[in-house]
Design a protein around this ligand. Sequence first.
Ligand code: 5AD
Ligand code: SF4
Length: 443
Amino acid sequence: MQRRYYIHTFGCQMNESDSQRMGEALLRAGWQATEAADGADLVLVNTCAIREKAEDKLFSALGRYRLLKAQRGTRIGVAGCVAQQKKEALLHRAPFVDFVLGPDHLDKVPQLAEQGGIETDFIDSHEYLFPQADPETSRGRATAFVTAMKGCDNVCSFCVVPYTRGREVSRPDGEIVREVAALVAAGVREVTLIGQNVNSYAGGCTFAELIRRVASVPGILRIRFTTSHPMDLSPELVRCFSQVPQLMPHFHLPVQHGADSVLARMRRKYTIADYQRRIASLPPEVALTSDIICGFLGETEDEHRQNLEFLRCTPYDNLFSFLYSPRPHTGAILKMAEWGEVPREVALRRLEEVQSLQRARTLQRHRQRIGDRVEVLVEDRGFGRSRENWAVQFAGDAEVGDLVEVLVEKASPAALRGMQARVIDRAAAPATQQKRRLAVVSG
Ligand code: 5AD
Ligand code: SF4
């Protein structure tokens, strides 16, 4: 009988994409995917280190999988950012783990699953070979992530990513375009170009030029990208939003904080005035989203007030806000005593103020669309995303991959709801051919 694997994914889109590549490597080595950990011979946990809470989730998941190992000898592997960061220390804390692999060694998962061990060296050089996606595992899906670059050369003082993902390496543009073409041929209609700092892409052309080349792939319907640092936003990229019809009007451009003094401590290399100048050049239809950190080291009540003021006057479509979590090796942690920690209850209250401000505004923006028809790419039965990347639930019979018009009837902060009004464009490839679909869960 074929041996079965199960991958549990935490964290960002990069991790989801890495899980897919690891699944493909296991399929090539003769493994089979399973939808539940209970029936697996191998459980692989792909981890996130961005905040302490993300790390805690790993250890509670491992606690459950340890029982499985005791019952049926399941092998356990840990991949991703915590693996990269903790290396051997992870095996000390969880000695029942069979192998540990960092994000640069996705192809080695079948070998490590057999032999056990630790593989966490960075491959920083331009000799790094990006793992190729197998388009067959995306058959039956409307959307796919395509890796454009990896790593991050910024030095934001709160962030662990440079230590877990290494320095920036861009993937050659020809390779990216070929992968997009293969995915489109398998029925994928929308691609998201991903990288920790994707608009500093330098794999043979500029990022704006890469978007144009991807847009020239016959049959590609929609292009998105994530995530971006404000300092790498070029006028050429801004022009793409009005000149490349396939590029969707959504831009995730994390500001992190609305006070210059906090931005300086965060080493973000821009002021609020710089940021405002940059976003002012975007076409008005572009839905802007952002990340905010509350309770960063030394954040005063006045800085928090400046943050709220900035958020009030910036028309964000949506916001992801987080409590600051001190991370090992980062610049900020060295300054902890000097800058001082914000008491947890104060940080929580500030986070709640930021979130309630944004909740009200997102709801207002969603409500403005009631009665409108919005264009939705169907990702699942009755679910898809608008051009701005809003979640849309709808009643209707459209298939995965169809482009439909939905008449909006209701709105919540999380989603729009409505009725399918008409199919604009049917998916060419039948969505039923789910031959080698991977079992990848997130959460
Ligand atoms: N604590 C809290 N939030 C963080 N982020 C990154 N590092 C930390 C941290 N140490 C947030 C940033 C980033 C998003 C992915 O996570 O807002 O943009
Ligand atoms: Fe988490 Fe960052 Fe690693 Fe993504 S790159 S998994 S967000 S630590």
